[in-house]
Design a protein around this ligand. Sequence first.
Ligand code: FAD
Ligand code: SIN
Length: 559
Amino acid sequence: MLHAQHNCENDQTDVLIIGSGAAGLALALRLAPHIQITVLSKAQLDAGSTSWAQGGIAAALSGAEDIEQHIQDTISAGVDLPDPAVVRTVTESGPEQIAWLESFQMPFSRSGEPDHSLHLTQEGGHSQRRVAHAADHTGRSLMETLMAAVKARSNIRILEHHIAVDLITARRLGATQDCCLGAYVLDVKSDCVRTITSRFTALASGGAAKAYLFTTNPDGTTGDGIAMGWRAGCRVANMEFIQFHPTCLFEPRAKSFLISEAVRGEGGVLLRPDGTRFMPEHHEKAELAPRDIVARAIDAEIKRLGIDCVYLDISFKGKAFIEKHFPMIHKRCLEFGYDMTREPLPVVPAAHYTCGGLMVDLDGQTDIPQLFAIGETAHTGLHGANRLASNSLLECLVFAQRAAAKIEAQLERPQPAIPEAAFIPPWDESRVTDPDEAVVVTHNWDELRRSMWSYVGIVRTTKRLNRAQHRIDLLRREIQEYYSHFRISSDLIELRNLVEISDLIVRSALTRQESRGLHYIRDFPYTNPRARHFNTVLTPPPARPYQSAGEQVDKKALF
Ligand code: FAD
Ligand code: SIN
């Protein structure tokens, strides 16, 4: 049946922010109150990874020496690939970001000392205690803090359950000079597509770890922002560096619940089933080695011994200590029958963080004028081949502040008017029908994530990557075909993005012919010192133009 779908009301705004995690909300708050801002979340406001963050926010709070050490730790965890200028900018800004959050009453944990200073925890790859946190629910507290501040600002409009489908760009409208003009957005509850035009658009839509079967991330981390930016004409970099967190609770009912690295930071040790430690055999820093090394060591032990999981033990610290430092983890584990105050927890690695993303400069500017990317969506150059623990939230905050300053400076200059939505081709679904077989989406979703897990995981080979590429090519064609025939839904939008992301990950992994950080490939087991400045940059094909402004557009021909 042909379904002629109505378009819902169009919208205009000064700044459209696609994503409401730490990056998106911090950007909204950093922009001046006279600027009209619209923030989208494809689900509820706190649906992103930020809410799930545990360990904390890395910040060198004890002076210049600490900043130099934070720089060294970041570059060393990133295996020499991080951009030193970016690392310096971000680390130097750490204390200011923490102070900014405190100005909103962020409830950081405090030490018991008389000065009541911030309690700093320790995580892998950090040479000293440097991670500010709110017990083990830093992300939840951070989101509550930012959401309260955003809701108090009348210039910030929040649209929950609105999923951006694609960016609207001048080039796609036939102009020779490109810029971003807004986005097509599916209002999930009303099931209609809005055209939102804006002077500036910021992609703050998080990472893409959902490309893998087992992940620590919430459901929506399907790389939408990276895929939208790529389709619109932005380059991506270093997509092969997918970080696997070493310690997820091995419990199917828990859907990959993270056991924070801070548990190891506070003394936790990793054990084989027979109770022996193994990390000292793998790295001099043992359990506090950088994450890629710990995840690979666990993977090696699991494969060598033919076991399902290893164990993380902190029970020897006692009940009072554990309840004070890890109240949320302790409670959640108890729900599944594990008491970490009395016994080791079963743990396995899972996909956790996307180090690569849309290429941006030091202000979060992408390749397309008026389009910014911040947070996990962006590749800033901070993380290199492996992100240092708790550097992500810091990066979200720093780049939100810098992007806000850049947008404000540009807004002060004479601006072309925001194009009336009426001049943008409306989203046209007149030639598509209601989906007839939803099972195609669920089946492809599952097959894609399973292939990524099996062939593009912690240890890679060229043969396995080629196998993955072959499957992705087939799935891609099938998903494109499905997309061009049927009305869009959140699931279909996400699946289309996920297959694009998987393709980018595999192509990047095949391009890097060395092992470095998170990319370990058996055919090239060594790190090539000459590749220390080599970023895997992929350039998209030219974005297809719209037929012409104002004309009805065939979605199939467009995307
Ligand atoms: P997110 O917080 O993921 O937000 C993405 C937003 O984009 C959401 O609002 C989502 O609804 C929206 N969105 C996505 N696609 C669309 C679309 N198409 N249309 C509209 N909206 C869209 N990092 C640290 O530094 N310290 C930690 O302790 C830490 N712990 C972590 C623990 C866990 C379990 C996880 C999963 C991650 C952790 N990280 C940590 C990483 C860190 O939390 C994330 O990298 C960071 O929160 C990403 O923030 P973000 O704003 O970029 O994206
Ligand atoms: C954790 O608490 O282990 C996660 C920290 C991070 O991903 O930075």
